[in-house]
Structures are given as C-alpha cells and as structure tokens.
Design a protein around this ligand. Structure first.
Ligand SMILES: Nc1nc2c(ncn2[C@H]2C[C@H](O)[C@@H](COP(=O)(O)OP(=O)(O)OP(=O)(O)O)O2)c(=O)[nH]1
Length: 180
C-alpha cells in the first residue's frame, strides 16, 4: 500500500488500472512559488516540493508517491489552463507541433527513495477547428497540463510518439512497478 500524494484523478486511475494498492491524499504545495524556466527543473522541484509537503503531513509509515507534469511546446512550459481562453491558447501552441510532456515522480519510503524524470514526445497534426471548439466546450481539458489529453482529444492527431503514454498522462507507472 502506498500514499498517492496527489489530487489528480488521472494519476489515481493509472495506479488503479495497474493494480497498485494506494490511498489518495492531498498535499499542499504551491507550484506558483517556483520560478524555474527550464521544464525539467520545474517538474523536478515541483515533485520534490510535493513530496516534502506530503512527508511533513503524513510521515513515512506508508511510502509516498508524488509527481508533477508539464507540457512543453515552442520552448514554453504549458501548465493547467485557468479558463477556456487559456486552454484554447495552450492547445493552439500544440496544434501541428512537436510537444514534449515531462513527468517527474518521487517515491519515498523509510528505507529507499526513487526519482524518475521521463518525457514523451509527440508530433501532432493540426487540430481541427470544430473538434477543438467542441473539446474546449466539453471542459474535459480542466485539470490537465497544457489542456492536453493524449488518450482523448489529442489521440487522432498523433503523427508520431516517442516514449510512454503513462508518462504523458502524468504517472510513468511502468517505472513504479520496478520500484515496488
Ligand atoms: N487524462 C489526462 N490527464 C493528463 C494528461 N496530461 C496531463 N494530465 C494531468 C495529470 C495531472 O493531473 C495534471 C498535471 O498537473 P500537475 O502535475 O500539477 O498535477 P495536479 O495539479 O493535477 O495534481 P497534484 O499536483 O498531483 O495534486 O494533468 C493527459 O494526456 N490525459
């Protein structure tokens, strides 16, 4: 059994679908306090900040797993959109572009700690305008880095992919299975 230190429904479903026993707990870490502009630095320090917050709340009686994910396109860090206008802006940056989705995970127990930093690179075709409008109106983009859903809206537009889909969704579960 591990503590998933995340409010993310996507991360919870990834663990559930992988048969990993977990309890989901929230931990307060404000990523807006981070000033890193290099995407890998950002996700690393965000994941470590979440781990520190979780450990101070819950201790290590159960191992803790935390993670952070960002989308990058055209050298920009694309995080979760605040509203429809921002979601549209983030998705337009990804349309017809190469996009890297970077996830850093931290796992800590009383006896060991693992950190994994992975990325999945997609080449997307241009997003259809009507499809994009419907996706924005659906609200499915909420709570997702870059308003991106590689298993949903973005899937038909994938021209090429390099890396794991789980990493792009926010939890590189294949790595976790090796740690447990
Ligand atoms: N379903 C889905 N979710 C995605 C995808 N890409 C990213 N996400 C989700 C996973 C995370 O919930 C979120 C990335 O934002 P964060 O790493 O800041 O995590 P979040 O604030 O959601 O939760 P947490 O900080 O762990 O409590 O986006 C995707 O392609 N599909």
């Amino acid at each position: 059994m591990l503590l998933l230190g995340s409010s993310s429904p996507t991360r919870a479903s990834i663990l559930k679908n992988s048969g990993i026993a977990f309890k989901q707990v929230g931990c307060d870490f404000d990523e807006d306090t981070l000033e890193y502009t290099v995407p890998k630095d950002f996700v690393y320090h965000a994941a470590m900040g979440k781990m520190q917050a979780c450990e101070s709340c819950f201790g290590l009686d159960l191992p803790i797993l935390c993670a952070d994910t960002v989308v990058t396109a055209h050298g920009k860090i694309l995080r979760k959109a605040k509203d429809e206008a921002e979601a549209l802006e983030l998705l337009k940056l990804q349309s017809g572009s190469d996009v890297a989705i970077i996830t850093c995970m931290a796992y800590k127990s009383k006896s060991k700690m693992f950190i994994d930093l992975s990325q999945t690179v997609y080449r997307f075709a241009e997003f259809d305008e009507t499809d994009l409008k419907n996706y924005i109106e659906s609200g499915e983009w909420r709570g997702k880095a870059g308003a991106c859903m590689v298993e949903g809206f973005c899937k038909p537009y994938i021209k090429s992919v390099e890396g794991l889909e789980s990493c792009a969704m926010g939890l590189t579960v294949e790595k976790i299975l090796r740690w447990l």
